[in-house]
Design a protein around this ligand. Structure first.
Ligand code: SAM
Ligand code: SF4
Length: 355
């Protein structure tokens, strides 16, 4: 069966969709030699918060419930992906803990085997209700956790997320800190005039709870399309601020990881910076994404999606799923080109893509 990607406007040039020369077996490799090992699985586009850089205040027009992948469908994609060399699954959303059967999803995915390495199962969450779920998630096989927290100030949190739930997030972080799950990471999007005076406080908080703070440069992925370069706090500015408090030394051996890591005052404390805008790491990218409604994406910023849903709901078999995974990876462009004047923000907001 020929995999036909679904193209959202604007259309990609034909070469981006060609599959001539695409390997039919072996690892998931693109035309630039990048082998893909990491599949981010979005479990829902819904969320308990409304972060301004991600979602509009009223929420989105939600994905149709009938198009949301069932747990069986997700596990099937994961199984085929693992057989083709994927070794990390990261559950995300929207807010993955809003999925009613989240513990079952984790249990089923933790049973997926890869022929090479053990599969790692990670989750990115806003932390709300984590305390309630964490023991079951760990027992079900969750290996790693990233929790997002952009401010420690209740008033700011309410402004930024349009919900008064900082206390719930802190409870989730406390539960994660008390659990044995390590490494534990806290994510913060750095924003000018919003939380750029809290960068040191956030790192100190992370150190206190035994986590690593990872700053993320704000990306043009908000559903309201309000991103501006001027509002974004750059990697350089983040490092400059941290250097006023600590001696900041780069750690070698980043590999394909999105975060550059730095040691503070000789260690053991570390901090990460994900500079997708000012220092893109596309050349080493090994990630692909599956949206909650069954669209495969080879880049956060891509405007092309590869529709797995009809394949999963037909008699195409696992060979059809594998071919779509391969086509998606093979169609990957060398970089995201945010700096190109022709750059167009994807139609979906971050909550519907899966961060
Ligand atoms: N709801 C969960 C959470 O907030 O952790 C998981 C989904 S969220 C989309 C995943 C990550 O993407 C979060 O750390 C969030 O801060 C980040 N994010 C969302 N929109 C972003 C943007 N426009 N630029 C940079 N990071 C963004
Ligand atoms: Fe929800 Fe996460 Fe988006 Fe915030 S960043 S609105 S918590 S999906």
């Amino acid at each position: 069966m020929v995999a036909v990607p679904v193209t959202l406007a604007p259309r990609r040039p034909a070469h981006a969709r060609a599959t001539e020369g695409m390997p039919a077996s072996g690892p998931l490799v693109d035309t630039h030699g990048r082998v893909h090992r990491d599949l981010r699985i979005s479990l829902t586009d819904r969320c308990s918060l409304r972060c301004t850089y991600c979602m509009p205040e009223q929420g989105n027009e939600w994905l149709a419930r009938t198009s949301i992948l069932s747990t069986d469908e997700i596990v099937r994609v994961a199984r085929v992906a693992a057989a083709a060399g994927i070794t990390t699954f990261r559950l995300t959303g929207g807010e993955p803990l809003l999925r009613a059967d989240i513990v079952d999803v984790v249990r089923r995915l933790s049973e997926v085997k890869s022929p090479d390495d053990p599969v790692q199962l990670a989750m990115t969450t806003n932390g709300i209700r984590l305390g309630e779920y964490l023991p079951d998630l760990i027992a079900a096989g969750l290996n790693r956790l990233n929790i997002s927290i952009d401010t420690l100030d209740r008033y700011r949190f309410r402004e930024l997320t349009r919900r008064d739930r900082l206390g719930d997030v802190l409870e989730g972080i406390a539960a994660a800190a008390a659990s044995g799950l390590r490494p534990l990471k806290l994510n913060a999007v750095a924003m000018r005039g919003v939380n750029d005076d809290e960068l040191v406080d956030l790192v100190e908080f992370a150190i206190e709870v035994g986590a690593e703070l990872r700053f993320i440069e704000q990306m043009p992925l908000d559903a309201g399309h309000t991103w501006s370069r001027a509002h974004m706090v750059t990697r350089e500015e983040i490092l400059e601020t941290l250097s006023q408090r600590w001696d900041v030394t780069a750690l070698p051996g980043r590999g394909g990881a999105p975060a550059e890591r730095f040691v503070l005052d000789g260690g053991p404390a570390t901090v990460g910076v994900i500079a997708s805008v000012t220092a893109p790491f596309c050349g080493n990218c090994d990630r692909m994404r599956l949206t909650a409604d069954g669209q495969l994406r080879n880049c956060l910023f891509s405007t092309t999606e590869y529709d797995l849903l009809p394949i999963l709901r037909s008699d195409a078999g696992d060979a059809g799923v594998e071919r779509m995974l391969r086509s998606c990876v093979f169609g990957k462009l060398p970089g995201h080109a945010i700096d190109d004047p022709s750059f167009l923000q994807p139609a979906r907001g971050m909550n519907a893509i899966g961060g």
